[in-house]
Ligand binder design. Structure first.
Ligand code: MG
Length: 444
């Protein structure tokens, strides 16, 4: 009798509960145990494809993984708003042929083999494509188990996901009013920005435009006005709204490292919940220097793609919140490991969650947020009516918390007919240049 026939008989016997097959005269108990440990015929991946849609003008890419079980599929977020076409190509031309025919059950194995299938790895385009596949496999796993994904991760640590809102204004009073409106909606945590990133409206007379350097629409920012005004805005908001509201701020890496250190030290007295991205990832070495000078909580990581970028910051205890964008690091599989690493070093999560994460990605954030002990805070999304039509089952925001439904998997679907109504904009997408007065490019 061939091994494969014998294996099928054993498995058929297992399915039927037949002890005569399990303990047949030609099979030892040990052999039977070894054979029975093999999985049943695995669920196969039959197709992996990228679906693009832009209901709110933001270029969303979602990956749909179809399986050998009719009607069973999963969805994952592969949204990279600045390079969506490259991600779509990576999914359709590379991941699809790589994954077809492979088991949909072995998520870790598929992640590892797909990760190294390009040999060169850890870049944002391929990580996003990989994330689409990875999250979709978790979605499928949850559907197979009849459970929400957070249950597969160990169950709930909290009843809902606490969010922070984005407030801001052109001056301190407008910012105060904006914060107040979010507090009235139930938010406890509010990020404050003065006129957006870098307070560009405070800058005047960009000489580079008169000189014809760059393009006229390139943005201008002077670090000085921003650095002087931000502490005054914090002072005003604390004075008018008191201590209950938690205030956050994003430096967005736009100033020199020593300027950021001075700013964070000035802001410390207003007890920020965290100050985010004081340095660009290329200046990671400054976090140790910053830590020696202030106890202001620091968040970092939305631009990270590579484990080498976050490992030392976490194990050195130089940051308080890890803020990666889940699809940028390759999906839920690496993110749950990152969360576990951070927990051991007292670092909490604050996953990146702006509009350029698809609702599928927001749902994935929320499932992980619910399941990990070291959850810190979640950047609050906004879901328009159009987004909710395209993504049935979209999470909901109530009283400053994000709530998911209890459907199996991520509990969210994609209506492809609705999605097709919102094609990507003609503009393929890029981060607009920001320049100093003399035209020097500023890193975002
Ligand atoms: Mg940021």
């Amino acid at each position: 009798m061939s091994t494969s026939i014998r294996r099928r008989q054993v498995l058929a016997g297992l399915a039927a509960g037949s002890s005569s097959v399990l303990l047949g005269s030609h099979t030892s108990v040990a052999q039977t145990a070894a054979v029975a440990a093999l999985p049943t015929d695995p669920l196969r991946i039959t197709r992996v494809r990228a679906i693009a849609t832009a209901p709110d003008g933001i270029r969303l890419v979602v990956v749909k993984v179809e399986t050998s079980q009719p009607g069973l599929y999963g969805l994952g977020c592969a949204t990279f708003n600045q390079r969506p076409l490259a991600v779509i190509e990576a999914v359709n031309s590379y991941l699809d042929p790589f994954a077809r025919g492979r088991s949909a059950d072995n998520i870790e194995d598929l992640w590892q083999t797909a990760y190294t299938s390009s040999y060169w790895r850890n870049g944002p385009v391929l990580n996003n494509a990989l994330s689409g596949l990875d999250m979709a496999l978790w979605d499928i796993k949850g559907k197979r188990a009849g459970m929400p994904v957070y249950q597969l991760l160990g169950g709930r640590c909290r009843f809902a996901v606490d969010l922070y809102a984005h407030a801001g204004g052109r001056d301190a009073k407008e910012t105060e009013d904006s914060v107040r409106s979010f507090v009235e909606q139930g938010f406890r945590h509010v990020r404050i920005q003065l006129g957006g990133y870098g307070s560009a409206h405070l800058s005047q007379n960009p000489a580079f435009r008169d000189a014809g350097f760059g393009l006229p629409e390139d943005e201008h920012m002077d670090a000085g006005p921003y650095l002087r005004m931000m502490p005054r805005v914090f002072e005003h908001v604390r004075a008018t709204l008191g201590d209950e509201v938690e205030l956050l701020h994003d430096v967005h890496e736009r100033v020199e490292p020593i300027e950021a250190i001075r700013l964070v030290k000035e802001l410390e007295q207003y007890r920020p919940f965290f100050v985010e991205d004081p340095f660009a990832p290329e200046q990671n070495g400054y976090f140790k220097i910053l830590r020696q000078q202030t106890s202001c909580p620091i968040a970092m990581g939305e631009l990270f793609n590579n484990p080498h970028e976050w490992t030392d910051l976490i194990t050195g205890r130089y940051i308080d919140f890890i803020r990666v964008h889940l699809s940028q690091i390759g999906g839920l599989t690496p993110a749950r490991k990152l969360a576990a690493l951070a927990e051991h070093f007292g670092v909490r999560s604050a996953w990146h969650g702006p509009g350029d994460v698809s609702p599928v990605g927001h749902a994935c954030n929320a499932h992980l947020d619910l399941a990990i002990h070291n959850f810190g805070i979640q950047e609050g999304p906004r879901f328009s009516e159009r987004l909710r039509e395209v993504f049935p089952g979209c999470p909901e925001i109530r009283d400053g918390f994000l709530h998911i439904n209890e459907l199996p998997g991520f509990g969210i679907d994609l209506d492809e007919t609705q999605a097709a109504r919102y094609p990507l904009p003609e503009d393929p997408g890029f981060w607009k240049p920001v320049r100093r007065r003399d035209g020097t490019a500023v890193r975002p």
